[in-house]
Design a protein around this ligand. Sequence first.
Ligand SMILES: NC(=O)c1ccc[n+]([C@@H]2O[C@H](COP(=O)([O-])OP(=O)(O)OC[C@H]3O[C@@H](n4cnc5c(N)ncnc54)[C@H](OP(=O)(O)O)[C@@H]3O)[C@@H](O)[C@H]2O)c1
Length: 277
Amino acid sequence: MTTNGRTVLITRSTDGVGRYIAERLAAGGTRLIVHGRDRARGEALVERIAQRGGEARFLAADLSSLAEVRALADAAPDDGGGLDALVNNAGVGTSGAGRELSADGFELRFAVNYLAGFLLTRLLLPVLERRESPRIVNVASAGQQPIDFSDVMLTRGYSGARAYRQSKLAQIIFTFDLAEELAGRNVTVNCLHPATFMDTTMVRLSGVKPISTVEEGGAAILQLIESPALAGRSGLYFNGLRESRADPQAYDESARKKLRALSFDLVGLADPQSARV
Ligand SMILES: NC(=O)c1ccc[n+]([C@@H]2O[C@H](COP(=O)([O-])OP(=O)(O)OC[C@H]3O[C@@H](n4cnc5c(N)ncnc54)[C@H](OP(=O)(O)O)[C@@H]3O)[C@@H](O)[C@H]2O)c1
């Protein structure tokens, strides 16, 4: 198969909807960077893609560690080549025994579902910008809950569902904020709810009966990665294939500023906008 010259990184693409879109893109000639925690599963997928004539490589990282996110960002660029799309797809669902912490001591779902993608995106922006019209896609959810900025780490009133929903809204707030920052540059950033209760590990673990397929959610994610109709369009939230509205907090300027300041602080990066003041 001849490659189409494009390279795409998808987090947690060793299974679930991430694997579905990885296989679809690879079948179209896109070079894939497959990410996950499970090396055996990652290498098996790389092998399967190669057998079908595609190109892929696997990078392992546990996204509950900011050090591993940094190592992933360091390993991702192909020799000076750049990235055409980054898909922040990895996520921990609602199930679990109780409040858990990341390797860095942050509430686990906030850390894995949101903060890891925030840091990975920030670190890979210069790599994305080497390409002509790169896209960032944040796979969020219709399950959203406003962030309580007095207790972001959920030390009070914790539930797995609340932790999941606030992390998903954080991804959307980040998308809107970053789109504003990147206006006039070549990179776009959009987010979406792919589909409701797809048949994946995350949904099965939560004990819910799946009501949609990875093909449905995958089509919605693929639209944001490659639809010509979305060229140059940024800062959008989609529910499946349709543009939609997120929770009101995503449109609240002060919430955006608070999340932005907190996120730069937690990952230990300087905010490029405040550096310009
Ligand atoms: N499924 C749905 O119906 C649905 C609906 C709305 C939104 N979404 C979103 O769509 C995205 C993909 O969903 P999915 O259902 O396809 O998910 P999934 O692949 O079933 O995701 C769960 C997997 O994430 C991996 N994971 C857990 N902790 C991790 C960590 N610290 N670092 C790296 N990987 C970790 C685990 O795999 P390993 O044990 O193999 O590492 C786990 O099995 C998620 O962001 C999800 O929130 C899904």
